[in-house]
Design a binder for this molecule. Structure first.
Ligand code: ATP
Length: 248
C-alpha cells in the first residue's frame, strides 16, 4: 500500500490485518506527539466498523478498503464540509480509475446504480489542536450479503481489475488535491463539485433527526454543506452530524 508519488497524504502509513475500527486506531494515535498531517491507517478487516450516527459498517477481510486519514484543518467550525470534501474526492477517484458513474447521496454515501458502495465517517476535535479524521469503508470485491439492503461492491457494479492498492493510491491523490484546493479557495469549489455528483438534489426525501421527521424536496446544499429541504414555505437546513435522509 505504498503511496506512489511525492504527495504528503498517506506517506505516514500503518497497515493492519485486523482492527476494531480504523478511525479508532488513528484516534488513539493522536495521543502520541507530532503525528504528521496525512497520517493514515489501513486495515484489511474491521471487526467494529462504524458509520454515521453509531451505525455499523460491514468490513470483511480483504474485500474492501478500510482507511482513515488525519488532517489538521484550520477552520474546524466548518467540519461538515470535510464530509462532503471526502465524498467528492472518493467520487473523483472512482470515476477516474473505473468506467463507473459514481454519485453521492447526501452527505457522503458513495452510490453507484442507486446502491451504496462506500460510507464515510468524519470525526473532529480541538485537542491538542484542531484535527479531523476522515474514515472511509469502500466495498471493492465480492458480493455484499443480501441482508444489507441497497448495497453493492465496485466489482459487482462492473469495475475491472481493481485492486485495493490501486484504489488507495487514486484516493490518496484525489483527497490530497481536493483538501489543498479547499485550503486555498474555501468551500465553493467543493460545493460545486458535490452538486455535480449529487443523486439527492431534486429528490423528495424523508429527513430524520433529533426534531423527529419530515418530508420535503432536497433543493440545495448551503456553503457549509447543510442540506436545504423545502417543507411548505420554509427551507430547512439539516446537518450531517445528526440527520439522515432517505426516500419516503
Ligand atoms: P443511510 O444509508 O441511511 O444514509 P447513513 O449514511 O447514516 O445511512 P452510514 O453511516 O454511511 O449510514 O452507514 C451505515 C449503514 O450502511 C448501515 O446502517 C447499513 O444499513 C449500511 N451498511 C453497512 N455496511 C455496509 C456496507 N459494507 N456497504 C453498504 N452498506 C452498508
Amino acid at each position: 500500500f505504498r503511496r506512489d508519488e511525492s504527495g504528503w497524504l498517506g506517506q505516514d502509513l500503518r497497515v493492519f490485518p485486523t482492527v476494531g475500527s480504523t478511525n479508532h486506531v488513528l484516534r488513539e494515535r493522536l495521543k502520541e506527539e507530532n503525528v504528521p498531517p496525512g497520517a493514515t491507517i489501513i486495515a484489511l478487516e474491521q471487526t467494529q466498523g462504524r458509520g454515521r450516527l453509531g451505525r455499523s459498517w460491514w468490513s470483511p477481510p480483504g474485500r474492501g478498503l478500510y482507511v482513515s486519514t488525519l488532517l489538521y484543518p484550520p477552520r474546524l467550525q466548518h467540519a461538515g464540509i470535510l464530509s462532503l470534501l471526502a465524498a467528492v474526492a472518493l467520487t473523483d477517484a472512482v470515476r477516474r480509475i473505473t468506467n463507473l458513474t459514481a454519485g453521492i447521496k447526501w452527505p457522503n454515501d458513495g452510490i453507484i446504480q442507486g446502491k451504496k458502495y462506500a460510507g464515510i465517517l468524519v470525526e473532529a476535535g480541538t485537542a491538542p489542536i484542531s484535527w479531523a479524521i476522515v474514515g472511509m469503508g469502500i466495498n471493492v470485491t465480492g458480493q455484499v450479503p443480501g441482508d444489507i439492503a441497497h448495497a453493492i461492491t465496485l466489482e459487482q457494479a462492473g469495475a475491472k481489475k481493481l485492486t485495493l492498492e490501486l484504489l488507495w493510491q487514486a484516493l490518496a491523490h484525489d483527497l490530497e488535491a481536493r483538501y489543498e484546493s479547499w485550503l486555498v479557495e474555501g468551500n465553493a469549489g467543493i460545493i460545486e463539485a458535490w452538486r455535480a455528483y449529487s443523486v439527492t438534489l431534486g429528490q423528495i426525501v424523508l429527513a430524520q433527526g433529533p426534531f423527529g421527521q419530515f418530508t420535503g424536496r432536497a433543493e440545495d446544499v448551503d456553503e457549509e454543506g447543510r442540506l436545504l429541504i423545502r417543507h411548505g414555505s420554509s427551507l430547512i437546513p439539516v446537518s450531517s452530524g445528526e440527520v439522515s435522509v432517505r426516500a419516503p
